[in-house]
Every structure is written in structure tokens, then in C-alpha cells.
Design a binder for this molecule. Structure first.
Ligand SMILES: Cc1cc2nc3c(=O)[nH]c(=O)nc-3n(C[C@H](O)[C@H](O)[C@H](O)COP(=O)(O)O)c2cc1C
Length: 379
């Protein structure tokens, strides 16, 4: 198995708008569109043509990491999220990647199993998780908000088949035209549930000490790397993030051990959510990870985007050693975000957060781009 070699992305002076290398890709800039669930797929998880239009509008990103996509039926989180375990899913995604490539863009696909973040009214199946610890709040389903169900504890057999589902999904993603996949181990979904003490109460080889709690994530990443090659794989982590009612307990112990184990496998990148350059754990992980590090800065939740669209936060993280910068809502609201940040032009705010997770074009493909003359004039 390969280990991380000195990343090409780190060797050049880090200019947000300069080129970088990531796995098999030459990126024209260091700005990455963060994965964002938008609930615009068909009911069976097949990507729809409007998704191709949305992503192609954002092809100026150095890299697009397409939204969380389920590798199997029971892993589905919310209504109308995309999937990648059937031929029809692959065909739907192929239309998206073809359109984005024609527009000059590059794409990875995020693979997400929801674990306890799921509901029988959404997937038709009872959710599974490391332990039978329910999500404490109501769950969004096709028939509206519903009380959560207690997930069923995964058997070791199910853990093994889920690892294979991730590997198959990764092969499907490559067949669909993605340059690679991002394994989602962040934000309170299945892999993160295995990492945290509150959600993982197992007493077998997958629970208890940190070495056991990281095992599932490490097995998934290894299987995905074996399936499609290390240079096509990234991993997203969210140290200390409490999204989806996560309570890790021993954050400072989990991540150094996890990152050391991942470094042995050598995926192309590590993606850190809510990266804070002043946080000791972030600095420790940056020093320990010799591969490409994508950092997603803290721009604040729910409030307005900073007037500069996140540029100052991005540059602080580059100065702190990040190689690439992922932005979410700035890309959601600004199809031409890279041009705007480069030219110092004002950014669109997210118009209505209620439209983030609903179907249709409104709040999705209708955010305006600036015309090039206005951009050149810095308007
Ligand atoms: C509408 C929306 C959907 C999101 N969906 C995902 C997702 O599918 N996978 C994921 O890892 N993070 C997801 N996130 C988190 C973003 O990737 C990002 O970490 C977060 O928005 C903070 O970055 P920002 O302040 O630049 O938006 C989502 C965020 C938003 C706003």
C-alpha cells in the first residue's frame, strides 16, 4: 500500500487562484465546492438533469465535491438524495459529469451512509447503526417530520457487507465519470457514529477503545482505495463537530489515531470540516498529514455570508498550511464564485435557506452570475 508522498499541491506557493495538483487532477485554482445535499434527485435516487445544470454552472471551482450520495438503500438519509448503487444511478450521474466536464469542470462524489440518520418512511428499511442509540430529534421524511426510530445495531456481517457497498459505490462513481470519491466520515453520519463514544456503545472489535472505534472507517477507506486506487480517494472528517447530535467524547484521542491509520493507506486527501487555524488539534492534524489537506473554514452557521465570500478565511487557512479550501454556501449562492473572489466583486447571499433542501429550480439554478465586464470593473 502506498503512503503519502510530498503533495504537489503543497509544493508551490499557495495562491488561492493558482493551480494545484490533486490525485489524478490538475486544478486551475485551490477553491473546492464543498459537498451539499440539495434533495433534487428522483425518488429512487437517480440524479436528474437539473443537477447537471446546477453543477455545470459551478464548473469554475478547482474541484466540485458532489453532494452526499448513498452507497446502498438502507444508508439513505433524506428524501430525494442521490444514490449510486444501481445502473440507473450511474447513468444519471454520467449525464451530470459529462455536462460538468464539457463546461471545463472536475468532480469527486461524496459517499454517505446515514446510519441512524434515516427513517423507514424514507428508505423503506429500518435504519442501522453501531448501537441502538436514536437520533434525539424529529426526522425529515417524504411524508413530513416524523419521530426518530431506534436504529438496529449492525451485525459484524452487516459491517462487512457495508464496507463492500462503499467499494462498489466507488467503482460505480468512477464508471459514472467521477475522478474519485470522498468517504464521508463527518457530520454525524454512519462512519462518524462509529467514531464517537455516545453513538458507539459496542463491546466487540468495532467499539470501546479508539483503536476499535476507528476500525470501521479505516476498513471502508481501505476497501475503497483497493477498489479505485488511493489517488482517487478522499476522506472528510469533522473533529469535535456536534452536527446531528454527535458527542464524540474523546475528540483529541480519536483524530490523531485515525489520521495516522489513514496515512498508512494513503488516500489523496483529508478534508477537515470547520477548520480553525488557531485550534491546536487542526495544527496537529496538518502536521501529521503529509498529503493534500482540504480545509473548510468556519464562516458561521445560519447567518449571512461574509462580504468577501470567505476569501479572508480561505487565505488564513492557506497560510496555516491547508492546500485547498472548500466553501459551501458561497458556492451555493454564487455560480461564478471563483471569478467573484478573484475580482473582489460582491457575493450573492443565500436567498432563503428553506429552498436549500426542496425540489426545483428556485434557489438552486437561478442564482445569477455577474457578467464578465462587471467583474473586470470590480463591480
Ligand atoms: C445545504 C447544505 C447541504 C449540506 N450537505 C452536506 C453534505 O451532503 N455533505 C457534507 O459533508 N456536508 C454538507 N454540508 C456542509 C457543507 O459541506 C459545509 O461544511 C458547511 O456548509 C460549512 O461551510 P460554508 O460555511 O462554506 O457553507 C451541507 C451544508 C449546506 C449548507
Amino acid at each position: 500500500m502506498t503512503t503519502n508522498s510530498a503533495p504537489a499541491a503543497a509544493s508551490a506557493a499557495r495562491d488561492l487562484f493558482g493551480p494545484a495538483r490533486l490525485g489524478p487532477l490538475d486544478l486551475p485554482n485551490r477553491l473546492v465546492m464543498a459537498p451539499m445535499t440539495r434533495n433534487r434527485a428522483a425518488d429512487d435516487g437517480t440524479p436528474l438533469p437539473i443537477m447537471a445544470e446546477y453543477y455545470a454552472q459551478r464548473a469554475g471551482a478547482g474541484l466540485i465535491i458532489a453532494e452526499a450520495t448513498t452507497p446502498n438503500a438502507v444508508g439513505a438519509t433524506y428524501p430525494n438524495i442521490p444514490a449510486i448503487y444501481r445502473d440507473t444511478h450511474v447513468e444519471g450521474w454520467r449525464a451530470v459529469t459529462d455536462t460538468v466536464h464539457a463546461a471545463g469542470g472536475r468532480m469527486f462524489l461524496q459517499l454517505q451512509h446515514g446510519g441512524r440518520i434515516g427513517h423507514p418512511e424514507t428508505s423503506g428499511l429500518h435504519p442501522v447503526a453501531p448501537s441502538p442509540v436514536p437520533f434525539p430529534d424529529a426526522m425529515h421524511t417524504p411524508s413530513g417530520s416524523r419521530p426518530p426510530v431506534v436504529p438496529r445495531e449492525m451485525t459484524v456481517e452487516e459491517i462487512r457487507s457495508t464496507v463492500q457497498d462503499f467499494a462498489n459505490a466507488a467503482r460505480n462513481a468512477v464508471a459514472a465519470g467521477f475522478a474519485g470519491v470522498e468517504v464521508h466520515a463527518a457530520n454525524g453520519y454512519l462512519l462518524h457514529q462509529f467514531l464517537g463514544q455516545d453513538t458507539n456503545r459496542r463491546t466487540d472489535a468495532y467499539g470501546g477503545p479508539v483503536a476499535h472505534r476507528i476500525r470501521f472507517t479505516v476498513e471502508v477507506v481501505r476497501a475503497v482505495v483497493d477498489a479505485i486506487g488511493a489517488e482517487r480517494v478522499g476522506v472528510r472528517i469533522a473533529p469535535g463537530v456536534t452536527a446531528n447530535a454527535m458527542a464524540e467524547g474523546d475528540t483529541e484521542a480519536i483524530y490523531p489515531e485515525l489520521v495516522a491509520a489513514l496515512a498508512e493507506i494513503g488516500p489523496a486527501y483529508l478534508h477537515v470540516v470547520f477548520a480553525d487555524p488557531d485550534q491546536p488539534l487542526f495544527r496537529e492534524l496538518r502536521a501529521a498529514w503529509t498529503g493534500v489537506l482540504i480545509a473548510n473554514p468556519v464562516l458561521g452557521w445560519g447567518g449571512p455570508l461574509p462580504e468577501d465570500g470567505g476569501k479572508a478565511a480561505a487565505e488564513r487557512l492557506l497560510a496555516a498550511g491547508a492546500d485547498l479550501i472548500a466553501l459551501g454556501r458561497p458556492f451555493l449562492a454564487n455560480p461564478d464564485l471563483v471569478d467573484r473572489l478573484r475580482g473582489g466583486a460582491p457575493v450573492n447571499q443565500v436567498r432563503d435557506s428553506g429552498l436549500m433542501y426542496t425540489g426545483g429550480a428556485e434557489g438552486y439554478t437561478d442564482y445569477p452570475a455577474l457578467d464578465r465586464a462587471a467583474l473586470a470593473a470590480g463591480v
